[in-house]
Design a protein around this ligand. Structure first.
Ligand code: S3P
Length: 210
């Protein structure tokens, strides 16, 4: 295995001590990027800007960048062009942002990493932080919101009650194996935002250059 591959392989471990060693010894061309991942409603867009402010990083929300580029809301992109089109735009915009980013937190959509190639790409480009919440919390946070196309049925009608819970479970089952490969896994259920920020800052200290 080439030295560079070994570096990335080692860094994919969940153990923070080896992550620390690997990040400190990283090759100079590796960028200072933190990717925030997690299911819809996990708090990526809320926690991201506060964490960025705390550690002196920039913040970019991938969904906002996609909307800006397309001149349309995510819901409209899904209803007019479908999920496959959205996923290809999502990947293109992600790479464009990451190519220019330095000392930046990039918040991804809940489904961005449900793809082996994309997950490998972000793991080789930065530190991946997973904000993990339970299916009950997800339901509570999302059941009254209409801005998530993945939580609509095939006719575009908003899901609620048992069908919504079933959809959340199906997506979680499919995505959890990808989420679980993050470098840092932060449980956010019932945790105040300030506490999450404090814990993340502690974990990241020593792993990032500020
Ligand atoms: C999606 C999550 C959304 C957005 C799009 C698809 C998903 O982002 O990218 O609606 O597949 O889970 P958030 O996780 O920020 O809601």
């Amino acid at each position: 295995m080439a030295e560079r591959d070994l570096f990335f392989f080692e860094r994919s471990t969940h153990r923070l001590d080896s992550l620390e060693a690997c990040v400190k010894n990283r090759p100079p061309d590796v960028k200072r990027i933190i990717f925030l991942i997690g299911f819809m409603g996990s708090g990526k867009s809320t926690i991201g800007p506060i964490l960025a402010n705390t550690i002196g990083y920039n913040f970019v929300d991938l969904d906002v960048a996609i909307e800006h580029r397309e001149g349309k809301k995510i819901n409209e992109i899904f209803s007019e062009r479908g999920e496959q089109f959205f996923r290809s735009i999502e990947r293109t915009v992600l790479e464009e942002i990451a190519a220019r980013a330095d000392k930046t937190i990039i918040s991804l959509g809940g489904g961005t990493i449900a793809n082996e190639e994309t997950l490998r790409y972000i793991k080789s480009t930065g530190i991946v932080v997973y904000l993990k919440i339970s299916e009950d919390q997800i339901y509570k946070r999302l059941h009254a919101k209409g801005d998530r196309p993945m939580l609509r049925d095939e006719n575009g009608t908003l899901l609620n009650g048992e069908p919504l819970m079933a959809k959340i479970r199906t997506l979680l089952d499919k995505r959890t194996p990808y989420y679980d490969r993050a470098d840092i896994i932060m449980h956010t259920d019932d945790k105040k935002i300030g506490m999450t920020i404090d814990e993340l800052t502690k974990h990241l200290r020593g792993l990032i250059e500020t």
